[in-house]
Design a binder for this molecule. Sequence first.
Ligand code: KG4
Ligand code: ZN
Length: 347
Amino acid sequence: MSEPIVLGIESTCDETAAAVVRGRTLVSNVVASSMDEHARYGGVIPEIASRAHAEAFVPCVSRALADAGMTIADVDAIAVSAGPGLAGCLAVGVSGAKALAWASGKPLYGINHVIGHIAVTQLQFGAFPPDTMALIVSGGHTSLLHVEDVARHIDVVGTTLDDAAGECFDKVARLLGFPYPGGPHIDRHAQAGDPKAIRVPQGLTQGKAGAAHPYDFSFSGVKTAVARWIEERQAAGETIPVDDVCASLADSVATVLARKAMRGCEQYGSDTLIVGGGFSANSQLRAKLLEFGAQHGVDVRIPELKLCTDNGAMVAMLGVNLVEAGVAPSAPDFPIDSAMPLTKICM
Ligand code: KG4
Ligand code: ZN
């Protein structure tokens, strides 16, 4: 089996997705989102998302195989996100994948969705060099990882002590009246604003706390500072300079992420930084990482936008890594784990 063919299935949050990867080639990629059904509630409603997964599962998987010109008999293995994510959503995808694996006699891997966000960069940039660092920024995670072997061993170097970067953006976005998810709206407004207009603290970079947590993140203070600034102006009846608020927030968050990621690369002697997760779509972060990377001699690998948000390609790609490494498939009764730790790559 020189180039394993893996069907990847994703259902951790609001996207039902399936894709086929052969070796390092993306053969097909299908994504169905239920975001429109959640937007009016200001956040993803797990019950609605789970029901949408139940409806979209068979069409998505069938379409991914059809687009690849394959049937299930043609794949070497199936991979599915087993966590972290919303329990009901994970249960739909994992149950569907188990049924498919059982009926077809194919090996099944229950994989870690967050590690999938790292693995997916191989489709664009090829294999990981030794001592690769990875910065994961999604709605729920902000972590710096050392990737020793993407199929077998990953260390957590730093993580957020409170809010994730995406959460911080989403909360400020709500105050500014943007619909959920607010991240992309802040991104767009920030492009027209002055990043130095408002003084926003850079979480966990100063003093004793900064020294004690060189690779950890904290965004709740940033969120509170910006929220208070907005509320004071609103109470005084002043107009909020929305573009400047967004630009200042985005600059603070991007600078902290980029600075700490570079420090991690230095510590581990790494000249490659992988960036993944939904928040890696953020244009201020992308620009800052590329700028800092050029200064520090670090090759920064950020996936194209369609591979940043949740998709099946990342699940299939990690599945290929597991097959290539000879890792045993998951037991038939493997559970879902909505809080799957980042050090656990596969069930
Ligand atoms: O990885 P992801 O799709 O879902 C999780 O697994 O958490 O990440 C979603 C997060 C949301 O917080 C969303 O607001 C944020 O990514 N996001 C962005 C942008 N696009 C998505 N945040 C800032 N700028 C963007 N362009
Ligand atoms: Zn994700």
